[in-house]
Design a binder for this molecule. Structure first.
Ligand code: KDG
Ligand code: MG
Length: 402
């Protein structure tokens, strides 16, 4: 079965998505997500100019060999743009193989390890009481795990908190908008938020929080320690993780579980974190970490060290990623949790999918392949709109991590 065409589809049904469609000479096609938030066109160009021409004529059934060809065979390895493009090819090829076998993708991976996939929702608010209400709404919808983010008194904009009455979408401006950060204000507010949530909702609800790379190791250690009585499911991305060893210090001081890795694109980004058991959940995801072929390798490695998966699933990952992730999550033995941030109605119309929500969980569905398709005609109605992620500065103007 030969690849005869590779088409890159860019659309913006509320936010930008890049989709790769690979077509074979047997008429079977597969699609893969190639969305890299705020850098969409770099992946488009890389796919169109370099990757797709090399795929024409290749045997679509040789997923592993094509992965090695695009990774090992290339002198310039790794990097977000490169690995997102490889991921899109890989997802599309798994889709093709599963369709050719007339099976849902999870069957090809080894079958289901669980009946349903636990997901966590997002609740955010400008102040603590608004967050309390939002968490209540998630519980009414059946979620059993909720990530909470709250506005910080004295700071104008906060990561994870939308503008009044608007969905949160971080890529909000054609030139990066600027946020202002103050660690002391944040560190004094967050424990109050979680104490209040435990008072209102008790001990059973799973609560998660994303620090979004804002702290230093010793600050993260202190926050983790302070939050211990509130029993978080995880504290995510407490510090930037380029220096994996910095997690040793955090780990020595707190039993709050740690989740890291949504910006990782290779197993080498998390090698020490996993080997030294410095984290509890690895958040590498199918679209930014080289597809199912590479994510499976990361998960297998993590399983040796009691690290479980917690795939990234924000709205900038298209339904194609969500579908692929849910098949992966259904199979992976060391599954932890899956992030779910609902896409808007336009996105749901452009991308039809077989996955379904069931009381705080998702099931991947039984459609052959990963079960997600794109309506190309409808997609054309929503052309690309330039949108960048924000930058962050301290109050004195120093550039900080966003
Ligand atoms: O593109 C950036 C977002 O995906 C990211 O900010 C979301 O941190 C995030 C999360 O945990 O979902
Ligand atoms: Mg995050």
């Amino acid at each position: 079965m030969k690849i005869i065409e590779g088409k890159v589809i860019v659309c913006s049904p509320g936010r930008n998505f890049v989709t790769l469609k690979l077509v074979t000479d047997e008429g079977i096609y597969g699609i893969g997500d190639a969305t890299l938030n705020g850098r969409e066109k770099s992946v488009v160009s890389f796919l169109e100019d370099y990757v797709v021409p090399c795929l024409i004529g290749q045997d679509a059934s040789r997923i592993e060999d094509i992965w090695q060809y695009l990774y090992r065979g290339v002198y310039w390895r790794r990097g977000a743009v490169n690995m997102t493009a490889i991921a899109a090819v890989d997802m599309a090829l798994w889709d093709i193989k599963a369709k050719a076998a007339n099976m849902p993708l999870y069957q090809l991976l080894g079958g289901k390890s669980r009946d349903k996939v636990m997901v966590y929702a997002h609740a955010n608010g400008h102040d603590i009481e608004e967050v309390v209400d939002e968490v209540g709404k998630c519980l009414e919808q059946g979620y059993q795990a909720v990530r909470v983010q709250c506005g910080i008194p004295g700071l104008d904009k906060t990561y994870g908190v939308g503008k009044k009455n608007e969905r949160y979408e971080p890529a909000d401006s054609s030139i990066p908008s600027e946020h202002v950060w103050n660690t002391t204000k944040y560190m004094t507010h967050v424990p109050q938020l979680f104490r209040r949530l435990r008072d209102v909702y008790g001990d059973q609800l799973e609560l998660l929080h994303d620090v979004h790379h804002r702290l230093t190791p010793i600050e993260a250690a202190r926050l983790g320690k302070e939050l211990e009585p509130c029993r978080l499911f995880w504290m995510e991305d407490p510090v930037p993780a380029e220096n994996q060893e910095s997690f040793r210090l955090i780990r020595q001081h707190t039993t709050t579980p740690l989740a890291v890795g949504e910006v990782f694109n290779s197993i080498f980004d998390c090698k020490s974190l996993i080997e030294e058991q410095l984290i509890d959940y690895i958040r590498a995801t199918v679209v930014h970490a080289g597809g199912i072929t590479h994510l499976r390798r990361i998960a297998d490695f993590a399983s040796l060290y009691h690290v479980r998966t917690g795939c990234h699933g924000a709205t900038d990952l298209s339904p194609v990623s969500m579908g692929s992730a849910l098949h992966f999550d259904s199979w992976v033995p060391n599954f932890g949790i899956q992030e779910h941030m609902a896409h808007n109605e336009l996105t749901e119309a452009v991308f039809s999918h077989g996955y379904q929500f069931e009381a705080g969980h998702f099931v991947p569905g039984e459609r052959p392949g990963h079960g997600v398709d794109i309506d190309e005609q409808l997609a054309k109605k929503y052309p690309y709109k330039r949108a960048c992620l924000p930058v962050n500065r301290l109050e004195d103007g120093t550039l900080w991590n966003w």
